[in-house]
Write a protein that binds this ligand. Structure first.
Ligand SMILES: *Cc1c(COP(=O)(O)O)cnc(C)c1O
Length: 418
């Protein structure tokens, strides 16, 4: 579900023509629909209304301040994985008591920053991290609220790079060792155990891996309670998939019902960390055709967005649907690779894709780019990062300016001897 639709031959975002926005802001740019973001958030929130819950949006999926602020206004929190994401979340006005902090490599400085900010809880991923957390909390004279991230060893049947709950994964504490680690935590004077956390992967299109994992976690929660541990928060992570092409992930309501079935009797406040399912189909990348090129072996459409702007196709072999911003009803079909300007053969947005043959200067919409799009972008090939635009109704707002050449060299210094 999203509000990117053709009106006549022109692709629109809500009430505004995308070509009109492109004419004003230039290309490439990320475009988000406020109505879609709001609707996705609301549907997810309502699906969990039968139980006490908190939605902590996964900031790494889309960390723009305007987008974080939108969720904050709707009552949401943040799932952060770095000091930088914590900074953004606080800047966007997300109350610290709605922020959870995961990640296998939290530094001493990040831990101190989060303790001083008094966040809801740390999702601790190793024994050494737990010890460091104790030490830093003691030195600041505070207590750290923690959940242990437990690795339930389930296969989410998704891309290996985004599977995080298998036994061999770097994430979390193996479920067979969790009870022991909780007992260690229980004896640390500056650690307050408040919950348990899992996150098994991303772009998961079935309910069963979530249910399997939660059944294991629910058993563990009962054992922990026998040890007098006050497990108030059950953080089930994120990972619900979306439709990029022909995937049929369960709708949020079905997902919620399955989860609630497993956990309702535990009496915990459930924390959810959705990223992709909220933002993915609420954003697109708009790019302009620079050239079309025929070689004896292949056809190429060269566009002004590359792997530095959207790396998912190169990194994971991901599929993103590509639509012409202006429909050309009579255009003959073409099978082509849609490629960017970067000097790498891995720089493509689509491979062997059948599309209406575009002309130089035409605009294309790379769909489903609202999550892990801009946040994974880089300056490779010294390309300024794209701008980000939000549409609300018939108006658009630049929520991040396109970078300039000056931005590219910000902070660089040439030593005197040169
Ligand atoms: C990436 C991540 C998420 C979000 O995953 P989605 O697939 O975007 O929902 C949630 N929690 C943690 C700990 C993550 O690392």
């Amino acid at each position: 579900m999203h509000y990117f639709e053709y009106k006549g031959d022109e692709l629109h975002c809500e009430e505004i023509s995308i070509a009109e926005i492109a004419a004003k802001v230039g290309t490439p740019f990320y475009l988000y629909s406020h109505r879609t973001l709001t609707q996705h958030y609301r549907v997810f929130d309502e699906a969990f209304s039968p139980i006490p819950h908190l939605i902590c949006f996964a900031v790494k999926a889309n960390s723009n301040l305007a987008i974080l602020k939108l969720f904050a206004e709707m009552g949401g929190g943040a799932d952060v994985v770095s000091g930088g994401e914590l900074y953004r979340s606080l800047k966007a006005g997300i109350p610290p008591e709605r922020i959870v902090f995961a990640g296998v490599g939290k530094t001493r400085e990040e831990i101190a920053y989060a303790l001083k900010s008094d966040i809801l809880m740390f999702n601790v991923e190793s024994s050494q991290e737990l010890q460091l957390l104790e030490e830093v909390a003691a030195s600041i004279g505070t207590n750290a609220k923690v959940a242990l991230r437990v690795n339930p060893d389930v296969d989410p049947s998704t891309h290996p790079y985004i599977s995080t709950g298998l036994k061999k994964s770097k994430f979390g504490i193996d479920i067979s060792l969790a009870l022991e680690e909780y007992q260690v935590a229980q004896n640390l004077p500056h650690i307050d155990i408040v919950g348990i956390h899992q996150h098994i992967g991303s772009q998961i299109t079935e309910v069963s891996p979530f249910v399997d994992a939660l059944e294991k976690i629910a058993d563990l929660v009962e054992s922990l309670r026998e040890l007098d541990l006050d497990i108030r928060y059950l953080d089930v992570g994120g990972g619900l998939g979306i439709t990029y092409k022909d995937e049929e992930p369960p709708p949020p309501k079905e997902f919620a019902e399955a989860l609630i079935g497993v956990i309702k009797d535990l009496g915990c406040t459930v924390i959810l960390e959705p990223g992709r399912v909220i933002a993915g189909n609420a954003g697109i990348l708009v790019t302009r055709v620079l050239y079309t090129k025929r070689t004896p072996a292949k056809n190429f459409v060269v566009v002004d967005a590359g792997m530095n702007d959207l790396i998912r196709p190169s990194l994971y072999g991901s599929y993103h649907s590509i639509l012409p911003v202006k429909k050309l009803p009579s255009a003959p079909g073409l099978v082509a690779d849609v490629v960017g300007p970067i000097c790498e053969s891995g720089d493509f947005l689509a491979k062997d894709r059948e599309i209406p043959e575009p002309e130089m200067g035409d605009l294309l919409a790379v769909m489903s780019a609202g999550a892990y799009g801009f946040t994974m972008s880089s300056n490779y090939n010294s390309r300024p990062r794209a701008s980000e635009v939000m549409v609300k109704g018939g108006k658009f707002y630049i929520i991040r300016e396109r970078e300039s050449y000056e931005d590219l060299i910000k902070g660089e210094h040439v030593p005197d001897f040169l």
